[in-house]
Design a protein around this ligand. Structure first.
Ligand SMILES: Nc1ncnc2c1ncn2[C@@H]1O[C@H](COP(=O)(O)OP(=O)(O)OP(=O)(O)O)[C@@H](O)[C@H]1O
Length: 259
């Protein structure tokens, strides 16, 4: 089934056309990568998908329901989750408390947090931590976590809202290569098991070509290619954008022209 149908999205900032009629779909349980050079329009696209930015025109349907015109919180409630490059957790709270907070918010019980109710949704939080392999660190303060663990926690927090579509903004930015592969494998396993669809941007072409079911390439506000990783890698337009960077072949220093 199709989770997201995006049709002819357009957005200009003054004279800059950041989105020039973007059309694509995301299937259920699909891991879809959105790549493109700096300034291609990826953030603009994500910001429209989660309601932060209103498109000038176009339509975004989540399981048939129009999202355009709704506020970010409504879009989030409808099931579009998002993780950001900079992780947003409460450093002084423990790992499990952070997930409980997300669950409280999902269940609309934020007022019950004052004073913080220690046992609310603890079992559910525990399950999510087990899912992302963080249960053994449940009692640690978030501020003391290693970066890779913080990213896994962030995934648990995002899942607490039971998203139907999860937007991930450069999920592996700042991670060591081995950690990147592990996080994406974990993400892939979880989204497939739970039927979540993931749309992600990514700098690391190894991650993109190894883990994405499908890849879309944005350039100057236009989708210039989409298809399987293999098709996109072999596409001559894509090759010319990344020409000389080596990025399509997983060469590490090639990131200046990456997603
Ligand atoms: N709020 C804004 N005001 C003016 N111009 C903007 C704004 N947001 C984005 N732009 C412009 O729109 C274009 C697309 O930017 P966007 O940030 O979406 O690209 P991107 O692909 O996410 O880039 P990067 O990989 O560098 O984050 C750029 O030319 C950018 O300068």
């Amino acid at each position: 089934m199709t989770a997201l149908v995006v049709q002819d999205l357009r957005k200009s900032f003054g004279g800059v056309e950041a989105a020039k009629g973007i059309t694509f779909t995301v299937a259920e349980s699909e891991l879809l990568a959105l790549i493109g050079p700096n300034g291609a329009g990826k953030s603009t696209c994500f910001n429209m998908l989660n309601g932060q930015l209103k498109p000038d025109s176009g339509s975004i349907k989540l399981f048939g329901q129009e999202i355009v015109g709704k506020r970010p919180r409504e879009v989030w409630r409808m099931g579009v989750g998002r993780t950001f490059q900079i992780t947003a957790t409460f450093g002084s709270m423990t790992v499990i408390e952070n997930v409980q907070m997300a669950l409280l918010s999902h269940h609309r019980r934020l007022r019950a947090m004052i004073p913080f109710a220690g046992d609310l949704y603890r079992d559910e939080a525990w399950e999510l931590l087990e899912l992302v392999g963080m249960a053994d660190q449940a009692g640690r303060a978030c501020g003391t976590l290693a970066y890779g663990d913080l990213k896994r926690l962030e995934l648990a927090i995002a899942l607490a809202n039971q998203p139907r579509v999860l937007l991930m903004d450069e999920p592996t930015a700042g991670m060591a290569p081995r950690e990147r592969v592990q996080l994406m494998q974990l993400t892939a396993d979880i989204v497939r098991a739970r039927g979540v669809s993931v749309l992600f941007t990514e700098h690391d072409m190894d991650v993109v070509f190894t883990h994405a079911d499908r890849v879309m390439v944005l350039n100057r506000g236009e989708l210039i290619a989409q298809g399987s990783p293999q098709e996109v890698r072999n596409n001559s337009d894509v090759q010319s954008i990344y020409l000389g960077s080596g990025a399509l072949y997983g060469a590490e220093p090639a990131m200046e022209a990456s997603a």
